[in-house]
Design a protein around this ligand. Structure first.
Ligand SMILES: NC(=O)c1ccc[n+]([C@@H]2O[C@H](COP(=O)([O-])OP(=O)(O)OC[C@H]3O[C@@H](n4cnc5c(N)ncnc54)[C@H](O)[C@@H]3O)[C@@H](O)[C@H]2O)c1
Length: 357
């Protein structure tokens, strides 16, 4: 890492970074708290076999910052946080690891509230909940809301339709060629919505079992390997795997008029790739706006869960996407910057409210 951790925290505006280590269970975790202006920092715990500790720190910092924007733009009274656990998901999981991690979360006294993320499940949240109340996304049989992925997928579908309306003059996706990269929890539900609407869906995933499962579940889905993905003609690219797939090389090859997907941190560098997409005439729906459905769902656990209300709030992603795309046009801003502007204004407004008696 060329810059120090504190340099990164200062540049990205973080409040706190917590390192958690337990040799007995093999736990090495980093909890990143970005901003608690709006409320406690809520964000999932990602389990990933990072190439280096530096990569893990940067991921935690970037993801937690995204959560601040996601909560702010979704009108939630929550701050931004995220945690990463370093390790191989196939071998590291144990009751002891989750419970020890739960104790670390508890030690923050509610400043950070955890949830699921890549490689963590409602079952894992159940173990964490044995040691702390500051956990959401616990299974339904424990009074929680369960897997947030269907809500995330529905929100992505809404944002995609709003972008389609702008790009194609209609939000009807029937006949539109949509490529879904990553058919995990969110990707599979998204494919379901798209097939139901009559879209022509192509899928790609590095996990052969997931591809097989999806292709068997949804007839008519075309399967491709990920090679030369962006050389292919498509109407909509839906990144639903990991981040940074929208980079210089990809944009140079891309032929799709719309990017709308669930992955966090889709732009490798928002300052470079946001403007590049505008120049190329590609409509990009900002990730923290379009993938907020899961957060909206788990946040509802905190103040009394009601599924219908949650679905209504997730549906608002359509209108919000249209607003951001209009602001981007009007102010000649790239869409990520337009969405950030709205989120930052809410952060400033509420900070001012909270500073007064
Ligand atoms: N689950 C949620 O509710 C939620 C909410 C907000 C954002 N997200 C984001 O959406 C993305 C997907 O989340 P998920 O819960 O479905 O995760 P997941 O782990 O269930 O699925 C991700 C899928 O992507 C595949 N994948 C990984 N690298 C790939 C590559 N290079 N090419 C093709 N496929 C690849 C994996 O094999 C897996 O099937 C993540 O970036 C996550 O952070 C998820």
């Amino acid at each position: 890492m060329q810059q120090s951790v504190f340099d990164h925290m200062q540049q990205m505006g973080h409040e706190q970074l917590v390192f958690c280590h337990d040799p007995h269970s093999g736990l090495n975790a980093i909890i990143a708290i970005h901003d608690t202006t709006l409320g406690p920092a809520l964000g999932g715990t990602r389990l990933w076999n990072y190439a280096s500790h530096e990569d893990a720190i940067i991921d935690a910092l970037r993801l937690s910052r995204g959560m601040t924007y996601k909560a702010a733009i979704s009108d939630l009274n929550l701050g931004g946080g995220k945690a990463v656990i370093i390790g191989d998901a196939a071998t590291i999981k144990s009751e002891a690891l989750w419970r020890r991690y739960g104790k670390f979360v508890n030690s923050l006294n509610g400043k950070y509230i955890t949830a699921e993320d890549v490689n963590t499940s409602a079952r894992d949240m159940e173990y964490i909940s044995l040691e702390t109340d500051f956990v959401t996304g616990v299974p339904e049989y424990m009074g929680g809301s369960g897997d947030p992925s269907p809500f995330t997928a529905y929100g992505v579908f809404m944002g995609m339709k709003a972008a389609a309306k702008k790009a194609f003059g209609t939000d009807d996706l029937s006949g539109k060629k949509v490529t879904v990269q990553g058919v995990g929890h969110v990707g599979q539900y998204l494919v379901g919505h798209l097939i139901e609407e009559g879209a022509k869906v192509t899928i790609t995933d590095i996990n052969a079992a997931r591809v097989k499962e999806t292709a068997e579940k949804f007839h008519g889905v075309e399967v491709i390997d990920g090679k030369d993905l962006f050389d292919r003609e498509m109407d909509i690219y839906a990144p639903c795997a990991l981040g940074a797939t929208v980079n210089t090389q990809a944009i140079n090859s891309m032929k799709c008029p719309v990017i709308a997907g669930a992955a966090n941190n889709q732009l490798a560098d928002e300052n470079i790739h946001g403007p590049m997409l505008i120049e190329k005439g590609i409509i990009y729906v900002p990730d923290f706006l379009i993938n907020a459905g899961g957060l909206i769902n788990v946040a509802a656990e905190l103040d009394g869960y009601n599924r219908e209300r949650v679905m209504g709030n997730v549906e608002k992603i359509y209108g919000r996407t249209s607003e951001i795309l209009a602001l981007s046009d009007k102010e000649k801003l790239h869409t990520q910057a337009a969405a950030m502007r709205i989120a930052e204004k809410r952060l400033r407004d509420i900070a001012n409210v909270k500073a007064r008696l």
